[in-house]
Design a protein around this ligand. Sequence first.
Ligand code: NAD
Length: 500
Amino acid sequence: MNILNSQTNETTNNFDPNIYDFIDGQKLELNSIEGFRKYSPRDGSLLYTLHPGETKRVDMAVANAKEAFDDGRWSNLPVRERARILNRLADLIEVKFDHFAYLESLDAGKPITAALTDDLPTTLSELRYYAHGADNIFSKHHFTDHRKISYEHRRPLGVVGAIIGWNFPLLLAITKIGPALAMGNTLVLKPSALTSLSACRVAELAIEAGVPPGVLNVVHGSGAVVGSTLSHHRDIKLLTFTGSSVIGREIMVAAGNSNMKRVLLECGGKSPNIVFNDCPEDLNAVADEVIISAFRNQGQVCIAGSRLLLQEGIKARLLPIFLERLAALRPGDPLDPNTRFGPVVSHEQLRKVMNYIDYGKRQGAKLIHGGNRVQLELDGFYVEPTVFDDVALDHAIAQEEIFGPVLSVFSFRDEQEALKIANSTPYGLAASVWTQNLGRAQRMAHGIEAGFIEIRATTAPHDDDAPFSVEGHKQSGFGKEGGMEGLLSYSAVSTVDIRI
Ligand code: NAD
C-alpha cells in the first residue's frame, strides 16, 4: 500500500526496521526478540524490538572514541577540512531527505508534512551552520599589544557523550553531532529508545562523508543502562543532554560522582504565551500562532507555549476565535500528507497526557476543548488538542510539564499579575509576549525568567535567521547550546600570556 504521495516516494513496504549500534565505523546488530518493544504511534503495531543495551558496549564505544581523539585523526584535521566533511554529511542527508522524513514520521508519529517542511530543513541548516561556525571561532580568538601577546587557545574537550530525547530525533542528534564534531571532539551518542531509526543511519553516512571511524559512535538502549553508564563514564569530558529535568538532575549527580565532567542540560519547559490587550489587531493570525505554539508536534516541544495568559480585555474576543480555529486541527494518520496533527509518541505518553487531563478536571479547571482519546479504530496513540480554562496556579496542569497537547488558559489584569503567573513554575525555558507597546515589551522581557523570550508586535511572517544560543533558566537546565556560543560550549580555552 502506498501511503505517501509522490512528494516522498516512500512506502511502508520498504521500511527497514534494522537498528544497529555504530562503533568505530562498524555496524553492530542490535535487534533482539527480548527487550524494549517499540510500537508505531500511528497504529500501535510493533515497529522494532530493542536490546536494553550493555555497559560493555558503552565502554567499547568510549574507548574507540578516546583513541580516535587521542591520535588526532579528527582533532588535528584543519578546521576547514572538518567543515568540508560535515557539509558533505549534510549533502548526503539531503540526498535521503524524503527517507529521513519518513523515518521521523514513522518513529515519532510526527506528521510527514512537518518532517518534510520543518525537521529536515532545520536539521540541514543547523549542520551547515555548525560546520562553518567553527571555522570562524578558531580563526578569530587572538589579540596582541606591543609588549605582550595574549591569546586564547581554544581546544576540543575530548570524548563527548550525548543523550537525547525523542521529540525531534534527527534534529536533536544533529544539534549534538554538529557542534561536537565541528569543534574537533569525538562523540558517543545515545538516542532515545523510543526513536532509534535515524541516528545510526546518520553515523553510517558520516563515514561515507569522510568522518574517520571512531569519531561518531551511536549506542542504543535504555537510560538506566546506556544513559547512566555514559553519564558516569570517567573518559567522557562533556555530557550534553536533552531531556526531562528529572533526568537532568541525575546527570548532574553522575557528573559530580565520577570525573566532574562538564554538563550541558537542555531540559523541560512550561512556557507562557502572554497576550496583552494591545496585541496585533489581526486576532485570527494571533490565534493561529498560539495554536502552532501550543500544539506543534502534538505539544511535544520543549518550548511549547503550554500556558496561555490572556489579559482580561482581550480574552472575550480572542478565545472564541482561537477555539473556532482550533476545531480544524484534528488528529490523523501522520503518514497522510494532509495531516497537521498526529499521534503522541507512545502508549505511555498517551497515558500520561490522559492522566493530566483527568487531574485538570478533578482539580476544578474548566475543559473547553478536546480531552478525549480518538481514532480508536486506528489503534494508535491519538488524543485531541485539549484546552482548559480557569486554571489555578496550584493545579498540576499549571505547574508540571505535560509534554503533550494540553493547553492551560489563565486570565490576568496587568503586567504585574502576568509576570507573577509567568514566573510561577519551576521552569524557565521560553516565553512569548504579544504587545505593540515597546516599554511593556521591554519590561516583560526583563521580568520573565526564561532563556528565550519572543516579543510579538506583529503577525507578519518572518524568516528564521541563523541559529542563536539559548540557555535554560531555573530547572530548564543550563549551558549554552546553539549558535556561536553553543559551539564554544564544546571546547575549552587556555589563555596563553607571552611577555616579550
Ligand atoms: P527523558 O529525560 O525521559 O529521556 C531523555 C534521554 O535520557 C533518553 O535518551 C533516555 O533514555 C535518557 N535517560 C533516561 N534515564 C536516564 C538516566 N538515569 N541516566 C541517563 N540517561 C537517562 O526525556 P524524554 O521523555 O525523552 O524527552 C522529553 C523531555 O525532553 C521533555 O522534558 C522536554 O522538555 C525535553 N526537551 C528539552 C529540549 C530543550 O532544548 N530544552 C528539547 C527537546 C526536549
